[in-house]
Every structure is written in C-alpha cells, then in structure tokens.
Write a protein that binds this ligand. Sequence first.
Ligand SMILES: Cc1cc2nc3c(=O)[nH]c(=O)nc-3n(C[C@H](O)[C@H](O)[C@H](O)COP(=O)(O)OP(=O)(O)OC[C@H]3O[C@@H](n4cnc5c(N)ncnc54)[C@H](O)[C@@H]3O)c2cc1C
Length: 415
Amino acid sequence: MKGYGAWSLIREGLRHHLGWGRAWGSPAPRRRYEVVIVGAGGHGLATAYYLARNHGITDIAVLEKSWLGGGNTGRNTTIIRSNYLHDPSAAIYEKARQLYETLSQELDFNIMFSPRGVMMLAQTEHEKRVWQRVAHANVLQGIDTRFIGPEEVKRRVPIINIDGPRYPVLGALWQPRGGTARHDAVAWGYARALDRMGVHIIENCEVTGIRTEGGKVVGVETGKGPIDCGKLALVVAGHSSRLAEMAGFRLPMESVTLQALVSEPVKPMLDVVVMANTVHGYISQSDKGELVIGGGTDGYVNYTRRGAFQHVEETVAALVETFPVLGRLRLMRQWGGIVDVTGDRSPILSKTPVENLFVNCGWGTGGFKAIPGSGWAMAELVATGEPGALAEPFALSRFREGRFIDESVAAGVAH
Ligand SMILES: Cc1cc2nc3c(=O)[nH]c(=O)nc-3n(C[C@H](O)[C@H](O)[C@H](O)COP(=O)(O)OP(=O)(O)OC[C@H]3O[C@@H](n4cnc5c(N)ncnc54)[C@H](O)[C@@H]3O)c2cc1C
C-alpha cells in the first residue's frame, strides 16, 4: 500500500491517479480471532487500532453489518470539543481532542482536523451561570476554555444577531482548540492503518447471535458463518441494546433518532462552530461552503434514521432567529442516525455480566469528538480485562451504585 507523502501525490497526480491501491482489503473471515469487535464505526475501529498500537494485539476482526463508517460516524456534524463539566468526562474528551491534533500525521491520512474554535451560546441567565461554572471547572481540569461576553461573540461571529427577540446572546463558553474534522476520513484513516497492521475488517457481516459457555463468551454467529473469539467487544452505538440482548443482559440506555441538515454551499461566512442550546441548533461551515446544521433528538424511542419532520422546522426557525442572514438559504438534504442515550448522558465503557465480553456505547449525541480517546481507553480494558483511569468511572456498575456522571447540559443537544 502506498503512503500519502508528497512524492506519491505528485507521481499519482501525473498518472491520473490510476496507481493507488485500495485503502483497506475485504478478507474472508477466519474461523477464530483473539479479539472480535462488532461495529466498524469510529469507536470500533479506534478500539482495534489502539489494541494493535498500544498492546500489540493484531489477531482482531472488526465485523460490520453494512459499510464501514456508515453508522453515526458518517452521519454526525463533526464537532470536537472537551468542555464537559465533570472530571471523568473532561479527561476522556480532552484525551481524544489531543489525539485528534496529530491523528492525520499518525495515520498518514488527512482527517482535516480544524481547531477553529467552538462557541456555546448563553441565551438565558441560567445558561450563562451554567457556562461560567463549566469554564471554572475546565480551568481546574487544565482545559483551555473561557466565558466570553456578547461583544466578543459578535466580533468572532459577525453574522450573529446578539439582540434576538426571544433570547438575546448574553455571552458564550469559548473553547479555542475545539473544532471539526472530516468524519468519514477518521473512519477511513483508522481502517487503512488497521489493514496495514494485519487486522481484518469484514464489511457486510452482521452479527446475529452471541455464543457463551459457562458464563463466558466463545464466539458470534454472523451472516458469513460462526466466528470464535477469545474476547468480544460490542461497539454498535444505537444497536447496543439488541446485541446485549443476544448475550443475555440489558443495558440502561435508549435508542433515538438524531437529525442533521446541510444547506447549499455559500461563500465563507462562519469560521467557528456555534452551538445555541436554548433555541436549539448548532452550525458550522464545511470546506465546501455548506452550512452543517445539527437538530434535536426525537422524543420517543425509534430506529428509523429519518426522524420527525418538526425537528427540521424547529431547528431552522431557531437558527434564523439567531442568524437572520440564513433566512434565504436553501437546504440540500437532511438525515438521521440512531443514537444511544443513557440516563446520565455519559458513555458506558465496561465489563459485562458475561466474562470476556465488553461494551463501549452510550455516546449518544456526542461521541464523534471522543473517538480516539474512547478507542484508547477501550483497548486498555479489552487487552488487560480491567479499566484504566479513563474508562473506570464509566463502568456499568455506576447505574447500580448511583455514581452518575450527569452531562445532560454539556452534551449540548436537547434530549
Ligand atoms: C445527526 C448526528 C449528529 C451528530 N453530531 C455530533 C457532533 O457534532 N459531535 C460529536 O461528537 N458527535 C456527534 N454525533 C454523535 C456521534 O456521531 C456518535 O456518538 C458516534 O459516531 C458513535 O460512533 P460509534 O462508532 O459508536 O457508532 P457508529 O458509527 O454508529 O458505528 C456502529 C456500527 O455498528 C454497526 N452494527 C450495528 N449492529 C451490528 C451488528 N449486529 N453486526 C455488525 N455491525 C453492527 C453499524 O452498522 C455501525 O456501522 C452525532 C450523531 C448524529 C446521528
């Protein structure tokens, strides 16, 4: 496989790009692997990558029921930030943000990480106090955020209307090193690196059953036949409850649809990410000029990937109020993803009642930003059988013991 260095790019440019090989292969599954990971979204791929990179385990299969990155990883609005309230959340999201900074170089694949800054607007007195509290917490956690006033908001985002009729902008939580990355590229970059390390990525291979013996996992049933494994990691986001059911236990989470929309492309007009949680809508401008807009979750459990129509209407109304210049823009498309939401809006990285079976889920509406950190922590859990400092607070046992990590405000999406 060719690297993507300057000489390769020049050579291939002169040859009409006919010499590039496939970025990852499509191997037939072997009968057994040391580790099987279900789900080739960002979290599953990152788990496999750090298992190989940090723990030297490469006898791994990542099984994907459809195409790699086709779940929420390829459907999100790509926002990366680490300005969460509680220490365990700040630690894992900041680990991820730091890994994102050098991920292009590490994977030799341009993930287009753009630390353009993320602004979370305060549009009520209550929200202002909340963001000020988060800013103070972030200082203690060593995370670079601060609360800025409405004048600085206006200076950084000239198209914003700070004197909105319902909710004037009273300030914002500003994280200058937050930003965006190209979501597909994150999945593709990890996949290509895994292929080079000898890890099998098997697409169109749905897991339909989980086999256990004496309380211990021994393998999975798939559309391509049975596969045995020493350890199994379920990393399937909105489908986690279904997979857990196959293994005979339940997860404290619900699956709902979260929507996003994108406008026609326009000239550069917005060079930061803005989240307006009170009116509910968040927005950034892609490299192609489209405005990438995030909506809300459905208020009822479903697996549709379409979502309720009124969310489009509500989101657009909220954004036009905050950014009146968007009023005449046309929307190009709208889509949804099935997100996995826990009661405290924090993820689950955990052992399970089944020996050697681990889960990584519950990232809900905000797991893209966490992909490298989550993969790092999950790899340690799978490799050693015990959680490290990053994963330990996110164990399933917290729901039994009442050690919730309530991030419903920092999660930033109404649900
Ligand atoms: C509209 C939208 C906007 C979002 N915006 C943001 C954002 O701006 N910032 C942010 O940080 N997060 C955001 N998120 C959340 C983020 O996308 C997810 O938390 C993250 O992508 C989850 O990654 P994952 O790898 O866990 O899941 P996924 O990418 O969904 O991967 C799970 C994979 O498992 C596969 N699978 C399921 N069942 C099986 C089976 N039985 N057998 C084999 N494979 C199976 C699926 O096909 C899928 O590919 C958003 C989500 C949505 C839907």
